[in-house]
Write a protein that binds this ligand. Structure first.
Ligand code: SAM
Length: 460
């Protein structure tokens, strides 16, 4: 990687826990860390997904594992099936922060405000108490599309993906119990993983990022309920984006800073903001097995006001139609079926309940799209294939690795199966998507925009 700019190194001097020699050495080392988090509703055992690799636990995240080498995720059909999410290990600490700050006793309404590509959202979804839901928002349109694809792979009915500016959330005053702001930042914590970013670093950009972070927080915070929890994080080492930002928050919002308990062997550095002594936590790559990261937690003070209810634009699916969808679902799946622009949506009861309010946002994806009901049949959607509520008894074909990659590239398939009609294409028992088997050909329904474009095969 390129040498770290001296102007950047100078800004680190005096930071809590900064050890110049170790920090510079780790940035010169060729070691790269790979970690993944399993989708617990699809996979319980890491060895079933990576039988050839050595794996070790990420200490603060259930389902988080370091891999001994980096496989080609593009060529792993299980990645496309949503068996796991590839996520940097320090940022998985969000799970521990949630464990220590939210109550597991009651369902929550959560917002991940700066969510693309979706690492934190998949983590939050898995960590929330049963009956909760998550609004996963991204302001930049193409990134919101990527976020929706990643959450389709994750496959749960309790996430709504939106594409809104933070200021739009003022329409939902006092609505959320939890707000995660993983803010856009100057990105110095990821220099090791993304050497290109080194050349883009400048102090001016740090200051721009800090101002943007203030704006984002000020715009979004009205939608956090008094008593609710705010978690702020960056992947920057800059004081202006970390400790000083916490002071700015304490000056401008009614917040109480929340401390976290750390295990000494985690090597996470506890820090405090200079004025209000707000608690923050720094992750250095020479101290933890992960990249640079910063996180802080707050509780909003004040009295809760019940938010208003809007008028439902999503209509409940008539019973006779719902009966046609039921055979596609796991017996007893706890979903509400709603109709929106001709599509059947499967929503967790909590999402369905709050849809009248959530529909004030620009929704990219709500729960899981089951498909379209025509006169004769349900044309199943890709989201249904990857969902955690799909029936396990539908017709399916187990593919070889080679055929799975043909399928994921949307190429023609030849299957020697005596099936007819809609069939799930599977790899190691995991659904990849749909194909329609006709007497003389197989139609590949893998979504064009999600297909693998890279040619080649995985190295064995
Ligand atoms: N939370 C994500 C994850 O774990 O996968 C990473 C989020 S990244 C650090 C910050 C995100 O904020 C980016 O997706 C970026 O597009 C978005 N962003 C950029 N400018 C923004 C703004 N003005 N308001 C809100 N979000 C913004």
């Amino acid at each position: 990687m390129p040498a770290l700019p001296q102007a950047f190194i100078d800004t680190l001097t005096g930071l809590p826990g900064y050890d110049a020699a170790a920090f510079l050495a780790v940035h010169q080392s060729p070691e790269r860390i790979t970690s993944v988090r399993l989708q617990p509703q699809k996979v319980q055992d890491v060895a079933s997904v990576f039988p050839q690799l050595e794996t070790t636990r990420v200490p603060w995240a259930s389902g988080g594992y370091y891999l001994s080498t980096r496989p080609s995720f593009t060529f792993d059909p299980q990645f496309h099936a949503g068996a796991y999410y590839v996520q940097e290990a320090s940022s998985m600490f969000l799970e521990e922060a949630l464990r220590q700050t939210i109550s597991a006793a009651a369902p929550l309404k959560a917002l991940d405000l700066c969510a693309a590509p979706g690492g934190k959202s998949t983590l939050i979804q898995a960590a929330l108490p049963a009956g909760s839901f998550l609004v996963s928002n991204e302001v930049i349109r193409p990134r919101a599309a990527l976020l929706a694809d990643n959450l389709s792979r994750w496959g749960t009915t309790d996430v709504v993906v939106t594409n809104n500016d933070p200021r739009d959330f003022s329409r939902l005053e006092g609505f959320f119990d939890l707000m995660v702001v993983d803010a856009p930042c100057s990105g110095s914590g990821l220099f090791r993983r993304d050497p290109e970013a080194v050349n883009e670093w400048s102090y001016d950009n740090v200051m721009l990022c800090s101002q943007r972070q203030q704006r984002i927080l000020a715009d979004a915070l009205p939608s956090l309920k008094p008593g609710g929890v705010l978690i702020y994080s960056t992947c920057s080492y800059a004081r202006e984006e970390d400790e000083q930002l916490l002071d700015w928050l304490m000056d401008h919002e009614q917040l109480v800073s929340l401390p976290l308990q750390l295990q000494p062997e985690w090597n996470i550095v506890a820090t405090e903001s200079p004025v209000h002594r707000a608690f923050g936590y720094r992750f250095y790559p020479d101290k933890v097995k992960g990249e640079g990261f910063f996180i802080a937690c707050f509780r909003k003070a004040g009295e809760a006001v019940p938010p208003k209810k809007g008028k439902q634009k999503f209509t409940e699916l008539p019973k006779k139609d719902a009966e046609r969808v039921l055979p596609w679902l796991k017996p007893g799946a706890d979903v509400r079926m709603m109709l929106h622009e001709g599509e059947v949506l499967l929503l967790s009861p909590a999402v369905a309940e709050d849809m009248p309010l959530l529909q004030q946002l620009y929704i990219r994806k709500a729960g899981v799209k089951a498909g379209q009901l025509t006169g004769k049949e349900l044309i199943p959607d890709h989201q249904l294939a990857l969902s955690t509520v799909i029936s396990q008894d539908l017709p399916g074909v187990e593919l070889t690795l080679e055929d799975a990659l043909h399928y994921l590239r949307r190429e023609d398939l030849r299957l020697g199966e005596p099936l007819k009609g809609w069939a799930l294409m599977r790899f190691r028992g995991m659904n990849l998507g749909w194909a329609k088997i006709l007497p003389n050909r197989v139609n590949n329904y893998y979504p064009k925009e999600m297909r693998i474009l890279k040619s080649g095969m995985p190295e064995t």
